[in-house]
Design a protein around this ligand. Structure first.
Ligand code: FEO
Length: 393
């Protein structure tokens, strides 16, 4: 269903309440939306982004509802197919329309969708495009979340279309969600999974947006924001380099020995005043882990040794840690082994690209005894001391 935002500006995107996985990786407990916007000036009309190819029919239906017979431009803020996948269908329906995007995005769209050079109108960073009494301005914003991404700004109406940036995988009927708590949580989950690896660039783009005159932020996933401070303040906190006095304890245990160590560490860290978020890696919600990683000063992986190395679930967690690049300052490892292996070496290598200090691991042969628990107590004290010195907020 198309929905009016302003005179001449309509939501024409698609809701996908049933989708439960994105990129075959990211859980979507609240579904998602692929937001697309139709904007009409006195002379020209443009579509800002399209929708996932699975939802092309919905986009076509929404344009039909508005009686759209002509389209001059399709703005491609991002080449990823959840926004670009319906471009071929739009070019087929509106053969006179040009895809407006930057040079890098054009190259990616040619590769991904086999579009042709003549399909494009290529713009530079900061360039404006008049629709007649309405102006679109394009702002390159690389790495939120691919290298070609850009924002589109509807100048006269002060509407920013930042594509993936500031979005949320949250499917709701109204375009504007008043429940700030729910929206905050969903946007944080999205940030942790998608934007956190690019926190430095996100900070830079936040500054750009903060200096702009904006009355409405219309991202490409989830609800729109009338109050830009809500989402910008949240992003400032999430992208800040200062962690909280929190620890993520991600564990997997085969016969209970490692779990006993993890439980003991959790108790000792809690006694030290550290908020511990524990995750069983065999029943992991990646989104919950990513949200916890947005804040945590310390991550401890707890794994048994199996097949001469860490449990594969712990390898997956370590790989996620490396890929998501959280602000984590300290990493450690605990676990039980039977007769040896290279658990410490393998995990250390996986997390070596993080700017985190590795605190001495505690690996125990078999079931932990009193001397081993004393080492875990020391580990908890060491983590608490580092959090105090950090300092954490
Ligand atoms: Fe929503 Fe990077 O695509």
């Amino acid at each position: 269903m198309s929905e009016k935002i302003l005179d001449g500006l309509y939501y024409v995107g698609a809701r996908d309440a049933e989708r439960r996985l994105f990129d075959e990786l990211i859980p979507l407990p609240d579904g998602t939306t692929y937001n697309a916007y139709y904007v009409k000036g006195e002379d020209k009309a443009a579509l800002i982004d399209t929708v996932d190819p699975e939802k092309t029919e919905v986009l076509n239906h929404n344009l039909d509802q508005l009686g759209i017979k002509k389209l001059d431009y399709v703005i491609a803020n991002h080449a990823e197919q959840d926004h670009s996948g319906s471009l071929p269908a739009m070019l087929e329906r509106f053969p006179q329309a040009k895809v407006v995007t930057n040079k890098k995005c054009k190259g990616m769209l040619k590769d991904l969708l086999r579009l042709n050079e003549e399909d494009f109108f290529t713009i530079e960073d900061g360039q404006e495009l008049s629709l007649g009494q309405r102006t679109l301005q394009f702002i390159n914003a690389p790495w939120v979340h691919w290298p070609e991404t850009m924002f589109t700004y509807l100048k006269e109406d002060k509407v920013l279309f930042p594509c993936d940036f500031l979005g949320a995988h949250f499917c709701s009927d109204p375009l504007y969600v008043e429940d700030k708590e729910t929206l905050y949580s969903s946007a944080k989950r999205y940030y942790g999974q998608i934007m956190m690896p690019f926190a430095n660039l996100a900070r830079k783009h936040l500054k750009t947006i903060a200096d702009m005159d904006i009355e409405l932020i219309a991202p490409s996933h989830g609800p729109l924001y009338k109050d830009k401070r809500f989402i910008l303040d949240a992003y400032r906190e999430w992208t800040s380099d200062q962690p909280k006095n929190e620890a993520v304890l991600a564990y997997v245990s085969m016969h209970g020995s490692t779990k006993k160590m993890a439980d003991h560490l959790q108790q000792k860290l809690s006694e030290q005043g550290i908020k511990v978020k524990a995750f069983n890696l065999t029943d992991l919600d990646l989104g919950q882990l990513a949200m916890a990683l947005v804040d945590a000063a310390t991550v401890v992986l707890a794994t048994p040794t199996v097949l001469a190395g860490p449990h594969p679930a712990a390898v997956y967690a370590a790989y996620l840690l490396k890929a998501l690049r959280p602000k984590t300052k300290y990493v450690s490892l605990i676990g039980s082994y039977g007769w040896g292996g290279k658990t410490v070496e393998i995990i250390s290598e996986l997390v070596s690209t993080l700017k985190a200090e590795i605190i001495d691991p505690v690996l125990v042969k078999g079931l932990a005894g009193n001397a081993d628990y004393a080492l875990i107590d020391q580990l908890a004290e060491s983590i608490a001391q580092k959090h105090r010195e950090g300092p954490c907020v």
